[in-house]
Ligand binder design. Sequence first.
Ligand code: FAD
Length: 522
Amino acid sequence: MTKVDPGFSTQSRSASGAHAVVIGAGLGGLASAMRLGARGYRVTVIDRLDVPGGRGSCLHRNGHRFDLGPTIVTVPQVFKELWAACGRDFYKDVDLKALDPFYEIRWPDGSHFTARQDTEAMRAEVARLSPDDLPGYDKFLDDSEKRYWFGFEDLGRRSMHKLWDLIQVLPTFAVLRADRSVYAHAAKRVKDERLRMALSFHPLFIGGDPFNVTSMYILVSHLEKQFGVHYAVGGVAAMAEAMAKVIEGQGGLMRMRTEVDEILVKDGKARGVKLTSGEIVTADVVISNADSGFTYDTLLRNHVRKRWTKRRLKRSRWSMGLYVWYFGTKGTADMWPDVGHHTILNGPRYRGLVRDIFIKGRLADDMSLYVHRPSVTDPTVAPEGDDTFYVLSPVPHLGHANPVDWESEREAYREKMIKVLDSQLIPGFSDRISASETFTPHEFRDRYLSPYGTGFSIEPRILQSAWFRPHNVSEEVEGLYLTGAGTHPGAGLPGVISSAEVLSKLVPDPEITTVDALQAAE
Ligand SMILES: Cc1cc2nc3c(=O)[nH]c(=O)nc-3n(C[C@H](O)[C@H](O)[C@H](O)COP(=O)(O)OP(=O)(O)OC[C@H]3O[C@@H](n4cnc5c(N)ncnc54)[C@H](O)[C@@H]3O)c2cc1C
C-alpha cells in the first residue's frame, strides 16, 4: 500500500489519473474520499443534497441552526487519524468541546442519573441509585474495556469480508459471550432496572434493539470513559464542511445536488455511474456511501445479485425509524437551568416500548425521548436569548406489516410529544416556539434514500454484523466498495469513519487500477 507522505500539501497529487467516484457525501463517503485522495486517486464525490454530511447535515430556520442527526462525537481519535492520513491536523480544522457532564437520564419517578467521564463520579451515581450494584458496575466497566479492545480496535478496524476472517474470531466471540444481548449483560451485572437501562440503551443510538443486539456493544461505556463525549462547534455539519474542504484541497471534486441513478457494470466490473440527468461518469473504482440496501436493490438493479438479493434484503432486520422534532424557543435561555445539552427522558416502559418499535412495528402512545439542547454549549445555534432544541423518539420503520401513516400521524405525534416535554422537562415551552420542523421516517426515506426510512440502515444484530453485514468490498461486483452505516463495522460516527479506514486498505493502489483499466481497454 502507498505510504502517505506526512508532508503532503493540500495540492492534488493524482499523478496516476486513476478516478474514484464516491456516491454520497455522508461522513463515511467523505472519509473514504479523503483517504483515497491522499493515496493519489482523483476523487469525485456525488450527493443529491445541497450540502455535505448526509445525516450529519443541518438546516437553518428563523435564525436557528438545527443539527439534523449526530450530536455526540465519541472517539475523536478516529478523526485525528483520518486527518493525519491526509497530512493534516484535525484540531486545526475542527473545534471540539469536551462535555462534562456527558448527559442526564431521567425516569418518570423523578430519579435521575448523570453520566460523566470521571469513574469515581460515575460510581457515586451508581451508589446513589443502588449501592448494592457497585461491585457489579465495576465488573461491567471491566467487561466493557475487554470488548473495546476486541470489538473496536481489532474487529472494527479490519476487513471482515472473508469467511476465514469470521472463523478466526469465533472463539473470542464465544469467550466474550457475544451471543448475549446488551441488556442481558447489563442485567447479569446490576439489579436495579434504572441502572440496567443506563448501561444498555447505547445501541439505540446506532439503530439496535438493546434486548437483541450483541453484547459486544457494551464497549460504548468504555469509549465514553476513555475518550469522553464531545460536541463539534458548528455541529457535525461543520466537520463535514471541513472534510469537503480537505477533499477539494486534494484536487477532488464535490458535486452536490447531483443524483446517481445506477452503478454501471461491464464484464462484472464497476465502470462508473449514470446520473439521473443521463450523464455518465466513468471511474476506475466506485465507492457507495448510499445505504447498502439501496446500493444493491436500486443502484445495481440491472445486475444479477448472488448474495444481496431483493428477497434477502427484505428479510433482513432493519434498524428503527426516528421521529425528530426540531424547534426553536424565544427568550428561554435562562429558563430550565437544570436541562443541559443532552437529556434522555424515559417513558414508563423500556422493554415493552422497545418491543413495540422493533418487533411489533407498532407506534405506541408512550415514548422515551432524547432531548438535544446545543444552545447551552454553542450560542451560535440560536438568536441571542433563545434556544435551539431537537427531540428524538425511536419509532417503527416503514417495512413492518402495517406501516404508520405519517401524513396523518405527524401532527398528532407532535402533540403527544408536547405533553410529555411540557409536563416532565421544559414547562411552558410550547407558547414560545419560534421555528419548527419535523422529520418522520418519510423524510429519512426521501432525503437520504434510506430503505424503510430507517435511521441507521441494517440492524447490528450478531448475524448481521462483521462478515454477515454487506462487505466493504462488494460481493457482487468487482471494483465496487461500500462505506457507511450499512456496511462493516456499522452505524455511528466512529463506525462510519472506521468503515472508510477498512475500505482504504482494500482499494488497490491507483497505479494498479489504471494498469487494469488500460488492460481492459486493450
Ligand atoms: C437523528 C440521528 C442522530 C444520531 N446521533 C448520533 C450521535 O449522536 N453520534 C453518533 O456517532 N452517531 C449518531 N447517529 C448515527 C450517524 O449519524 C450515522 O450512522 C452516520 O452519520 C451515517 O453516515 P453514512 O456515512 O452512513 O452516510 P449518510 O449520512 O447516510 O449519508 C449518505 C449520503 O448519500 C447520499 N445518497 C444516497 N443515495 C444517493 C444517490 N443515489 N445519489 C447521490 N447521493 C446519494 C445521501 O443524500 C446522503 O447524503 C445519528 C443518526 C441519526 C439519524
